[in-house]
Design a protein around this ligand. Structure first.
Ligand code: HSE
Length: 428
C-alpha cells in the first residue's frame, strides 16, 4: 500500500527552492520507485516574490512556524534557512512535536547536533543532515552505512567549492587572490562577505561533522586548526607546480594511536594525487579505511539541485525507514575525556624565504633548520626578481612538528639573514 508523507520546507533560498522544485517535479517518480507519495504540504518564507517565482500554491504558504509544527499532515520538516539562530529555534520546535527534520545546515549541525539529537531521540523522530557536508556527494550516508566495517584512519577533503574555485583560477590563470575572489563573487560562488568560505569556517564545520562520524568520537569544531586562503600568494602556487605539487584548501582528519588530528589549511599535495585534479567548484573526500583501503567521493558540493539531491534523498530515507539511526558516537557537547587531540601535528613543509645574496647564507639558513631538528629534503635558489636585492630560497623539509617549524621560522626571521615569506604544509 502506498504511503503518504507530508513535508514542510522552511526557507526558500537557493537550496530550499531547488528542494521544492525537485520534490514537486519528481513526485510521480518517487511514488513509482519508492511507493511513497511525498507531498509538499507547507512552505514558510517571508519573501512573497520568491514564493510566487516558484509557483507555490496559496494553500501551501504557511504564515508561521507555529502553524507548520501544529499541522498533523506534516511528518518531515526540511530546514534550509541556514545559520544557527532562527533555524535552530524552528528545528527544535519541529523535533519537540515529533516531526523528523532534514537539514542542510552545517553550522547548526556542527555546533548544536548534540542538543538537537537529544531532542530527536526523546521524541522518537529522526535528524538527517546529508546536505550539510559536500552538497550532493553522499558522504554522510557513506560514513553511516557504507564504510562502517572499517576503522577510518584518514580523511582528506576538498569540502568548499568557493575556495577550490579561487585556487583553481589562481593556478590555471596565474590570477592573484583578489582577482580570483572577485570572479568567484561575480559567478555567485563567493558571497559578498566571503569570510565564512575563504577563512575556512565552512570547511571547519564540515570537518567537525565528518570526522566525528568517521572516527566515532565527538570532534567539536573548536578543536579544528583553521587557516583560510586569503594570504595565499600565486607565486607559491607557481613554484609548487615546478616541484610537482598542487595547492588545495584541505580538510584533514587523522585518527591513530597517538590521537585525533583535525585541521583545515592550504596544503600542497603531489600533482599525481587524485585530489589534485578536483578543480573549479567541485568537491571530493578521500578516505582511508583499514579494510576498504582508499576510496574517493567526488561531485558538486553546492548549488540548488546538487544540494537538493542530498536533502530529498534524506526525505526519502526518512519516509521509507521506520527504524531511526542516530550518530554512532556519543554525541555530547565536548569529546570524551580520554580522546586526545593533537595540536603539535607533524607535516612536511614548503618554505619560501627571501635572503641576502652573500657567501655563507645558504649554510647558515640550513644550519638553523638543522639546529631546530628539521631535516631538509630539497633546497633550491631561484632567480632574483627585477629590482629585488634579496634572492628567493625554496626549502622542502621532511616531516617535522608544527612547533619545530615555528621555532625555525622565528629564528630565521631574527637572524638578519632574510625573512620567511611563506610556509605551506605538504601532504604526501
Ligand atoms: N559555501 C559552500 C562552498 C557551499 O563554497 O562550498 C555550501 O556548503
Amino acid at each position: 500500500m502506498k504511503k503518504r508523507v507530508g513535508v514542510a520546507i522552511l526557507g526558500l533560498g537557493v537550496v530550499g527552492g531547488g528542494t521544492y522544485k525537485t520534490l514537486v517535479d519528481h513526485r510521480e517518480f518517487y511514488l513509482k520507485t519508492q511507493n511513497v507519495d511525498i507531498v509538499v504540504e507547507s512552505v514558510l518564507d517571508k519573501n512573497t516574490a520568491r514564493l510566487k517565482e516558484l509557483g507555490v500554491p496559496d494553500e501551501c504558504i504557511a504564515k508561521s512556524i507555529a502553524e507548520v509544527v501544529a499541522n498533523p499532515a506534516i511528518d518531515i520538516v526540511i530546514e534550509t534557512i541556514g545559520g544557527v539562530g532562527v533555524a535552530k529555534e524552528f528545528v527544535m520546535m519541529a523535533l519537540k512535536e515529533g516531526k523528523s527534520v532534514v537539514t542542510a545546515n552545517k553550522e547548526m549541525i556542527s555546533k548544536c547536533s548534540h542538543e538537537l539529537e537529544r531532542i530527536a531521540r526523546r521524541n522518537a523522530c529522526g535528524l538527517y543532515y546529508e546536505a550539510s557536508c559536500v552538497g550532493g556527494v553522499p558522504i554522510i550516508r557513506t560514513l553511516l552505512d557504507g564504510v562502517q566495517a572499517n576503522h577510518i584512519t584518514e580523511m582528506l577533503g576538498i569540502v568548499n567549492g568557493t575556495t577550490n574555485y579561487i585556487l583553481t583560477k589562481m593556478a590555471q590563470e596565474g590570477a592573484d587572490y583578489q582577482t580570483a575572489l572577485k570572479e568567484a563573487q561575480r559567478l555567485g560562488y563567493a558571497e559578498f562577505d566571503p569570510t565564512n568560505d575563504v577563512e575556512g569556517f565552512d570547511s571547519t564545520y564540515k570537518l567537525s561533522i565528518l570526522s566525528s562520524m568517521a572516527f566515532h568520537t565527538k570532534v567539536p569544531y573548536t578543536k579544528v586548526h583553521r587557516e583560510g586562503i586569503s594570504a595565499v600568494d600565486s607565486k607559491d602556487i607557481e613554484i609548487g607546480r615546478e616541484f610537482g605539487y598542487t595547492l588545495k584548501l584541505l580538510a584533514i582528519g587523522k585518527n591513530s594511536d597517538k590521537g585525533v588530528e583535525v585541521r583545515v589549511h592550504p596544503t600542497f599535495i603531489p600533482s599525481s594525487h587524485p585530489l589534485a585534479s578536483v578543480n573549479d567548484s567541485f568537491n571530493a573526500v578521500y578516505l582511508r579505511g583499514d579494510a576498504v583501503d582508499d576510496i574517493m567521493l567526488y561531485g558538486r558540493g553546492a548549488g540548488a539541485f546538487p544540494t537538493a539531491s542530498a536533502v530529498v534523498s534524506d526525505v526519502i530515507y526518512a519516509a521509507t525507514h521506520s527504524e531511526i539511526k542516530y550518530s554512532t558516537f556519543k554525541n555530547t557537547a565536548t569529546a570524551d575525556s580520554d580522546v586526545k587531540f593533537i595540536s603539535d601535528f607533524e607535516s612536511a613543509y614548503y618554505v619560501r624565504l627571501l635572503v641576502d645574496d652573500k657567501a655563507g647564507v645558504l649554510a647558515k639558513v640550513s644550519g638553523i633548520f638543522g639546529k631546530c631538528g628539521i631535516s631538509i629534503v630539497k633546497l633550491t635558489q631561484k632567480e632574483k626578481a627585477a629590482g629585488e636585492e634579496r634572492v628567493p630560497l625554496i626549502i622542502i623539509t621532511h616531516k617535522t612538528s608544527e612547533n619545530k617549524m615555528k621555532n625555525a621560522v622565528a629564528k630565521i626571521n631574527a637572524s638578519g639573514l632574510g625573512c620567511v615569506e611563506s610556509v605551506i604544509r605538504v601532504e604526501a
